[in-house]
Design a protein around this ligand. Structure first.
Ligand SMILES: [Zn+2]
Length: 423
């Protein structure tokens, strides 16, 4: 039976992959609606033929990789359970140490290594694709270093969470999801607080703005938005990528606005000020806190559903999945699988709220800087340097887009420009 289920799962995955491929490469229409033709959102007005071709090609492959990678994780955990690998690792971990915590650490390291190795080909393809299309400028060694940091941070985080989780399951069979959620609140806040000062610097160098003339202009803008000056940082990204970005991170006294140095190198001062004003909106309107609140709400629902689904799956398929008791650590792949599925299912909703915040930030920024020309050209440059699709397919928008499409963003700015001219 287990064998049959495994074959069906693999066939299902392949079929899904083909369907997604067909959708992205043949079905979805990413051409511009005719009313936008010739507008400033029309990529043919600001990209050359080669860039246009690359944009479509690169986006399509990237979208395909996105839709393939998450379900691959599910398949992987499913197969790990089905073929008794989880049980074998657990037996091995128990055999190699008397201490419960050490057993968990050993179980977790083998599961992590296995999952990492199995998903490595897709990560590597993503990296080499970005390199081929000249988005990434990172050497393989540097990329691998980031991968290893990722691995250990993940491992460390789960090493804190998993023992607590299974201890709670043993203590309270019916309420572990609730207690787990309550404990996750201070943990999440603590991690968010540490992110910009402990975790991010493991990957890149952060420092105050280098261009002092520009800094004066930015600080004047920050002053207008009532943001303390010491909260603006520059990060060295030009060794890794040609893409542009800026973001707001951290909470409390660690809250900060970070600009990639690539953004500073490629845009002129007025364009940077627009991007900066956009980030300032996130900062001033405390979008991070809304994000955390939303995330906590969803995780309460998610943990409850995980509890129900795990119990159901163990009752129904326990024999095939080789899980005799949910409270046994060998059920961990099931927990990871269910969690990943729930996160994927929630992503249309979380992306939607994110797009709402991003639209607000764009509006705030243009009201603050009142320079639509600089704003529009900065978005055009963003499109060019990241080879992003101006008008992505619907499914891509729903599952991937935390920001409105460039078509929506540039059109909004054009409307502002029009209104400004008619005043
Ligand atoms: Zn934003």
């Amino acid at each position: 039976m287990a064998r049959k289920m495994g074959v069906y799962a693999v066939l299902g995955y392949i079929l899904y992959g083909l369907l997604i491929y067909w959708y992205l490469f043949y079905f979805a229409d990413t051409s511009l609606p005719f009313e936008y033709e010739g507008s400033k959102a029309d990529p043919t007005t600001f990209l050359n033929g080669r860039e246009l071709m690359l944009t479509e090609e690169y986006s399509k492959i990237r979208n395909l990789l996105f839709f393939l990678s998450t379900p691959l994780e599910w398949l992987l955990y499913f197969l790990i359970l089905l073929f008794g690998l989880s049980k074998a690792i657990k037996r091995w971990a128990v055999g190699s140490s008397r201490y419960k915590l050490l057993q968990t650490a050993i179980y977790l390291i083998w599961l992590s290594i296995f999952a990492y190795v199995a998903t490595f080909p897709l990560s590597y393809i993503s990296y080499s694709l970005a390199k081929t299309y000249n988005i990434s400028t990172q050497s393989f060694a540097s990329w691998m270093k980031d991968e290893l940091i990722d691995f250990w941070i993940n491992y460390g985080t789960w090493l804190i969470i998993v023992p607590v989780l299974y201890w709670l399951m043993k203590k309270s069979k019916k309420r572990w999801w609730l207690y787990g959620w309550l404990l996750s609140i201070p943990f999440t806040l603590f991690m968010m607080y540490l992110q910009p000062v402990v975790i991010d610097p493991l990957y890149n160098d952060f420092y105050p703005l280098q261009n002092k003339e520009l800094e004066t202009k930015i600080l004047a803008l920050a002053n207008k938005a009532e943001i303390p000056a010491q909260h603006v940082f520059e990060v060295n990204m030009s060794d890794e990528t040609n893409a542009l970005n800026a973001y707001v991170t951290g909470i409390g006294s660690n809250a900060r606005i970070v600009l990639w140095d690539t953004t500073l190198n490629k845009l002129n001062d007025n364009q940077i000020l627009f991007i900066m004003a956009h980030e300032m909106c996130h900062y001033v309107e405390k979008h991070i806190y809304f994000g955390i609140a939303g995330y906590l709400l969803i995780s309460l629902l998610g943990l409850y559903l995980a509890y129900r689904i795990m119990n159901w799956a163990t009752r129904r398929w326990g024999k095939e999945l080789k899980i005799s008791d949910v409270r046994d650590i060998s059920s961990l792949p099931l927990f990871f699988m269910v969690l990943s599925m729930l996160l994927f299912a929630a992503s249309p909703f979380t992306n939607f709220t994110s797009r709402y915040q991003e639209t607000r930030a764009d509006k705030y920024a243009i009201e603050m800087t009142k320079n639509p020309e600089a704003a529009i050209t900065s978005f055009q440059e963003l499109t060019r340097s990241g080879l992003s699709q101006v008008n992505p397919p619907l499914l891509v928008k729903i599952f991937r887009y935390t920001h409105p499409s460039m078509l929506d963003r540039i059109s909004m700015l054009e409307e502002f420009e029009l209104k400004q001219r008619n005043k």
